[in-house]
Design a binder for this molecule. Structure first.
Ligand SMILES: [Zn+2]
Length: 399
């Protein structure tokens, strides 16, 4: 049966149909001599079996699949096939049919508890896929109590449910349980602790949006206690200081965050600039950027530094950096700056056209892409809207 299951998982189309057809036939033939089966179901091939054959001959594969599934008696031996078939339907987006199959498994009294719990778990997955989070939550809470075999899997799904409901407090509680109850590698534990910090940040963002600065502050501190491997708490701490009318403290928080992880300088820059403007700290900010950009090979940082130098009036150094950059690692953003700096030298219509094209292309390229699922868009998110992984969005390298 496990070979059948594996094949079903990998190839859902004609092969699936053939295997299900054979499974029904084999189930019926074996069942005639067996004594552990439901005798009434095994004495003759069920009507649904012939119906399935008719559908198959008529080329109606979807209907044939459904009929064969209904024809296959549910017992401990065929259980895996039913589960796989239900899961396959869920993956194909037919969640209603998956729910029907898994619910029908749950209603069978002849199945051992471990298989019922498996059906229970798959039904919870169906509800999650259907967006019925309350129902999934109830099933998974029950399963936490009922099944030791499925405790870990159901806990992971329950965490997903709480994440989807933005119930960060409950998600954190389960994450703590998971860390203390399971044997985890150092890397895995660190990843989970970082996720705990992300939950605190999500909760703090909600508090900040609701104007509750005290709560946001408490949650930022809690985030630090989970993990210091993310700068998100510092970014929120800066926003809290900003809302409290403390631009100096806010700027210090952002600069500390940028120093901890220079790959975020571009994202932090607009807020840092606005706080620096409030306290006339632009020269300090430029000095900080020169230090960071000097130690980095990130082409976007070099472009940011060039822009800031131009804005501060230091055209000479900007020009030097642009020329050096164009020679070393030419890119459209650098070319557009080169064109802008040298516009007077080449003040012709053709040059202006080249300059405008370089600028347009460089603006188009400034997007983010997820390293896990490939989601891309113009804005940065701490959590990928596509695959829901944390901190996987990177700036698309500007070439
Ligand atoms: Zn993603």
């Amino acid at each position: 049966m496990s070979l059948t299951v594996n094949l079903l998982m990998t190839d859902p189309n004609p092969l699936l149909l053939l295997l299900l057809f054979l499974a029904v036939a084999a189930g019926w033939v074996l069942g005639r001599g067996g004594n552990s089966r439901d005798v009434a179901e095994q004495e003759a091939p069920p009507a649904q079996y012939y119906l399935g054959l008719n559908f198959l001959l008529d080329g109606e594969q979807e209907s044939a699949l459904k009929a064969f599934s209904e024809a296959l008696a549910v017992n401990a031996d065929t259980f895996e096939t039913h589960i796989t078939f239900g899961n396959l339907l869920r993956k194909r987006g037919e969640v209603d049919n998956a729910i029907k199959i898994h619910q029908s498994l749950l209603s069978r009294e002849n199945l051992p508890d471990i298989q019922k719990h498996q059906a229970h778990l798959e039904l919870a997955r169906d509800f999650i896929a259907a967006g019925l989070m309350d129902r999934a939550e109830q099933l998974l809470e029950d399963l936490q109590e009922l099944s030791t075999e499925h405790k870990q899997e159901s806990r992971i799904l329950l965490i997903d449910v709480f994440e989807a409901q933005r119930d960060w407090a409950k998600a954190k509680q389960l994450l703590r349980e998971k860390i203390s109850a399971e044997t985890l590698s150092v890397e895995k534990q660190a990843k989970l602790e970082k996720t705990g910090a992300h939950y605190c940040c999500e909760e703090a963002e909600d508090a900040l949006a609701g104007g509750d600065l005290e709560l946001a502050d408490t949650l930022v501190k809690e985030a630090y206690s989970w993990s210091d491997d993310t700068i998100w708490p510092s970014v929120i701490a800066a926003a809290i200081e900003g809302k409290r009318g403390q631009p100096r403290a806010a700027l210090d928080r952002l600069l500390a965050a940028a120093a901890q992880d220079p790959s975020f300088v571009i994202e932090l820059w607009p807020d840092a600039t606005s706080y620096a403007d409030e306290i006339d700290a632009q020269p300090e900010l430029l000095l900080f950027l020169r230090g960071i950009a000097g130690n980095s090979r990130d082409p976007a940082l070099r472009v940011l530094l060039i822009d800031e130098l131009i804005a501060s009036g230091d055209i000479e150094l900007a020009s030097e950096l642009v020329t050096e950059g164009v020679e070393e690692t030419p890119s459209t953003p650098l070319l557009s700056r080169y064109a802008a700096i040298h516009e007077e030298k080449f003040a012709t219509a053709e040059w202006r056209l080249v300059s405008q094209a370089a600028t347009a292309v460089s603006v188009k390229q400034s997007a983010y892409r997820c390293g896990v699922c490939g989601f891309h868009g113009p804005s940065f998110y701490w959590r990928c809207p596509g695959c829901k992984e944390w901190e996987t969005l990177d700036r698309v390298k500007k070439r």
